[in-house]
Design a protein around this ligand. Sequence first.
Ligand code: NAD
Ligand code: UDP
Ligand code: UDP
Length: 315
Amino acid sequence: MSKRILVTGGAGFLGSHLCERLLADGHEVLCVDNFFTGTKRNVAHLMGNSHFEVMRHDVTFPLYVEVDQIYNLACPASPVHYQHDPVQTLKTSVHGAINMLGLAKRVGATILQASTSEVYGDPEEHPQTESYWGKVNPIGIRSCYDEGKRCAETLFFDYHRQHGVDIKVVRIFNTYGPRMHPDDGRVVSNFIVQALRGEDITLYGDGMQTRSFCFVSDLIEGLVAMMNSPAGITGPINLGNPIELTMVQLAQEVIRLTGSRSQLKHMPLPQDDPKQRRPAISLASTQLNWAPRVDVEQGLAQTISYFKQLFAKDV
Ligand code: NAD
Ligand code: UDP
Ligand code: UDP
């Protein structure tokens, strides 16, 4: 059945793919975004669809609309961008969650929170299961994001317990793909852009820290499966691809797939950069019947071809 669905952060990387998917499924989609890191260009191809609407709005302010489902994705995700205005990042996670939960409560909507593997901080448990409470610095440069997302999770579970709001919380691990901003600052887009331009590949620290990279189409499947799961399923549920790479391995793979002559250049490791990260995904598998399908080679190849086309247009 067709639903009215609100996607906050809908003009961002993940949000734009989600809007596209929900429209393809026959829903009415309201994309709310303040265009801090997202762009109208990401959703320009959807503008002609009469079931699609874009609203410029900052979720730290109240929003009165009538919808059946809310995907709360509004929040800058790249460390470079979320550290640019850390107070606004916290407000977005905390005030944004309060406003969207207030909205969900008023209209009886199901609400999904795009939480993050960052709630685990620099983890002492590996891989990270949902029952692990994390190791997070409350006062460091990443805290505005990590603690904001942790507080948002608290708000979701308190609105659920106190007001009976139907909540879904997913913890997203590093996700990449087409439509990442070339200046996004996250590692996959940085490495690909540098490789395509023949610039040095900037490895922070010794490059032995690990991440596990999920391709965007897999992640979107997981978000939709979680939103439409039975009411008893609240999460938190990890969504990510458990194949773990060091940043050196990622750089080598990008160089191989682009055929670039770029050299590796070591730069200082940012403060509190987590050393290792890999999701345990058995909960997503049993509760959502979800598993990632796109391997890193295929996903990187698609992302590289997206950036090649983007740069060809700019010339
Ligand atoms: P993104 O930066 O491309 O998208 C975020 C969107 O939110 C942008 O369009 C931005 O303009 C919008 N936004 C920011 N502050 C806002 C505000 N106050 N009001 C309205 N809109 C606002 O990042 P993304 O990768 O698409 O991430 C989307 C969500 O998923 C974020 O909440 C992020 O924390 C979460 N997440 C992403 C990843 C990942 O690897 N991509 C990992 C974990 C969690
Ligand atoms: N809110 C909103 N849209 C709505 C309903 C509420 O943006 O449709 C905001 C409202 O500004 C409020 C917040 O959500 O501050 C929390 O709402 P709740 O009903 O939980 O609390 P209260 O209104 O009592 O502060
Ligand atoms: N990183 C890097 N070079 C870059 C950007 C990031 O080596 O140009 C590293 C960063 O230090 C981190 C990892 O890549 O260890 C992932 O960084 P990203 O900003 O993508 O996301 P994070 O998982 O740290 O939030």
